[in-house]
Design a protein around this ligand. Structure first.
Ligand code: ADP
Ligand code: MG
Length: 316
């Protein structure tokens, strides 16, 4: 199958299925055309996933399709953006029709779930690699950034942490137990907080999506904002499955493992009280921003070692 036949069969239908009014021209020409409405800023980001580095070898193509777009959409969520369209640069070792069909199906599911339309791409031969560029828009000047956290702000997170990291040992397990399945779902099928991100525009002072680990990503916010934070370790939300699988060690995973794609945001107490009940219910307060630089952990069991953290109560 040639490059053009492959695009026509597997990717063109995906583009037709989307349908953002801002995407004036999708795949088929030399460029796609996006019209940014007056009063909106265009935000965009690109992510590259390499087989054997960012996802396992012989990884399910359906899950890869979902996961790669979900991970990219998570960056839009962190900025509070409304997703519009994406491009896909796909490097394939061979044109395997079963693989392509399953991959396109996973991609189509994610495209529909996050309301983001395939606008174009590039297809080449080589070791399996994907680059996805996502485009979204936000009301002019209202984008959530990493740099706005101020002393006194609450540190809040969505969802629970650690499940995707806990799934890594089971990626090749043939018959996972129900608990293992529960954490595997978080790894294979991340749900970026696209709607929540938009709901926090005008409220949150800073935001980041947690891809590398809660402490690591919170520290990016602290560095960008020139502040520090105190985090109550016992407040970090954990799933029931993670607690059953890892007991005392669950918190270590929750603080340091990546791939959960939840949001970590800072909000002043005043803005917190203005948030709707429904949005507040999506968030858990885990700490406070302080003027003194550094990240201070409180609570948790003594002696649990966390990468970069000797034990709780230490300042880094
Ligand atoms: P050019 O040589 O002008 O860059 P290409 O041959 O690379 O054009 O691509 C032809 C058309 O097919 C373009 O509109 C491009 O966006 C689209 N396309 C190529 N690969 C993909 C893909 N993997 N997914 C979606 N669209 C693609
Ligand atoms: Mg090209």
């Amino acid at each position: 199958m040639g490059e053009f036949e492959l695009i026509r069969q597997f990717f063109q239908p995906l583009a037709a299925a989307g349908g953002s009014s801002q995407l004036l021209l999708g795949p088929g020409d030399d460029c796609a055309i996006q019209r940014v409405p007056p009063g909106r800023d265009l935000v965009f980001s690109v992510d590259t996933l390499v087989e054997g580095v960012h996802f396992p070898e012989r990884y399910s193509p359906f899950n890869l399709g979902w996961r790669s777009l979900a991970v990219a959409a998570s960056d839009l969520a962190a900025m509070g953006a409304v997703p519009v369209c994406f491009t896909l640069a796909l490097t394939l070792p061979e044109a395997n029709e079963h693989w392509l069909s399953d991959f396109a199906e996973g991609l189509a599911k994610a495209s529909a779930a996050f309301g983001i339309t395939l606008a174009g791409g590039d297809t080449t031969r080589g070791p399996l690699t994907l680059s996805i560029q996502v485009h979204g828009t936000v009301a002019e000047g209202k984008c959530l950034r990493r740099s706005g956290a101020a002393p006194g702000d609450l540190v809040c997170v969505s969802g629970t942490f650690g499940d995707a990291g806990a799934a890594l040992p089971y990626l090749d397990t043939v018959k996972p137990s129900p608990l293992q399945k529960a954490v595997l779902t978080q790894y294979h099928h991340p749900q970026p907080r696209v709607t929540l991100g938009q709901q926090l525009v005008g409220y949150a002072s800073a935001a980041i999506d947690v891809s590398d680990g809660l402490l690591a990503d919170l520290q990016h916010v602290l560095a960008a904002s020139g502040v520090g934070a105190r985090v109550q370790v016992d407040e970090v939300p954990l799933s029931a499955a993670l607690q059953e699988l890892h007991g005392n060690k669950a918190i270590e995973l929750a603080l340091t493992a990546g791939d959960d794609y939840q949001l970590c945001v800072t909000i002043s107490p005043g803005q917190w009280s203005r948030l709707s009940e429904q949005v507040r219910a999506e968030l858990t307060v885990i700490g406070q921003i302080e003027a003194e630089p550094g990240l201070r952990l409180e609570g948790g069991e003594e002696g649990i070692s966390i990468q970069g953290f000797d034990h709780f109560g230490r300042t880094v």
